[in-house]
Design a binder for this molecule. Structure first.
Ligand code: ADP
Ligand code: MG
Length: 324
């Protein structure tokens, strides 16, 4: 394998759950393959254009399906704990990206290969998020079912009149345990899939051992940390909208082409970006731009079909550092 050319620019691409399950009414694996193939074509275009790429991805719907399978099979088979579920989805989604990307590289005669790294991410045992779990996981439940899960140690909440859901804490990612391996693989020219589902959350116990904690890490936050740590030039967040909007969904909606860190912070404070969907993405971009050691770091938010055009500055929402 040829090594990364000196001039090659490094991008972290965060793939949203919606890029992997295009239609929530047709989530079957055959359709997941179609969606992943489409994503792989877009990523291969970037690699062909000279980018080195680290791919991160969400896993919310996939975790929900596995939890549901656990429930249905509970009388016969032991349930899978959450840390293993995240590891399972890192493996399965990583495998799909790996196979489809490698097929693209082969067909385009690009001397690149993709590998997947099971990734753990350290969080703080005393992160305040543990006292206030907010991240819903799995399917909607009837109250009686929810109470039964509560007996098993889950925390449950009533979700805006739509039913009950299990919730887990979403602590801050502090360090990526496999960071050095990712960095070295990138330097050697590998296209790496990492921090899937935000990474498997771990804490270091008093004996110095890593242990999983019952939580999920926001994949946009983990992607931002990774991008800053490996000195990426670009954080590219691929999601369900071509651009970010002010007054999203309202008649006075305004699509944004470019925004500075200061503007983003101001709009965030004014409540323009929905918590749990667009807000973590804007936060991720802001943090990346603030933490990055790259002088010309850029963050872009767009949807899968506009990745190429967004890279050429023709669409998407581009975020840059304020000019000094
Ligand atoms: P992902 O699976 O990629 O993480 P999410 O559904 O969590 O995607 O978040 C992206 C979604 O956030 C968009 O598809 C859009 O529906 C919604 N959204 C909320 N606020 C905004 C906004 N201000 N501008 C654009 N989209 C927004
Ligand atoms: Mg999301």
């Amino acid at each position: 394998m040829s090594s990364t050319p000196e001039s090659s620019r490094l991008a972290v691409i965060a793939i949203g759950g919606n890029s992997l399950i295009a239609d929530s009414r047709a989530p079957e694996v055959v359709h997941q393959w179609d969606a992943v193939r489409e994503t792989a074509r877009n990523i291969a275009d970037m690699v062909e254009a000279g980018w080195t790429v680290v791919v991160t991805h969400g896993n919310g719907p996939q975790v929900g399906f596995i939890l549901r399978r656990n429930e249905l099979a509970a009388r016969e088979v032991h349930p899978t704990p959450l840390d293993l579920i995240v590891a399972d989805t890192q493996g399965s989604i990583g495998f799909m990206l790996q196979q489809t990307l490698n097929n693209e590289f082969f067909q385009r005669q690009l001397d690149r290969q993709c590998i997947t790294l099971v990734t753990q991410v350290e969080v703080a045992a005393d992160d305040p998020a543990f006292a206030n779990p907010t991240k819903p996981i799995g399917s909607f439940l009837a109250e009686a079912q929810a109470r039964a899960f509560e007996q098993e140690g889950w925390q449950v909440v009533e979700d805006a009149g739509r039913g009950w859901r299990r919730v887990v804490a979403s602590p801050e990612p502090l360090a990526i345990v496999e960071e050095r391996a990712i960095r070295q693989a990138v330097q050697m020219g590998w296209i790496v899939v990492a921090v899937g589902g935000g990474g498997i959350p771990v804490i270091r116990n008093t004996k110095g051992e890593l242990r999983s904690v019952y939580a999920v890490i926001d994949k946009d936050r983990a992607s931002s940390l990774l991008a800053a740590r490996i000195d990426a030039n670009l954080l590219l967040i691929s999601t369900g909208v071509e651009k970010v909007a002010l007054n999203y969904g309202h008649p006075n909606q305004i699509w944004l082409d470019e925004l500075t860190v200061a503007e983003a912070e101001r709009y965030m404070a004014a409540g323009h970006f929905a918590p749990g969907s667009m807000k973590p993405k804007i936060e991720a971009c802001v943090r990346f731009l603030k933490q990055s050691r790259q002088t010309e770091a850029t963050a872009i938010i767009t949807d899968p079909s506009h990745l190429g055009q967004a890279l050429q500055g023709k669409t998407g929402t581009r975020m840059v550092r304020p000019h000094p």
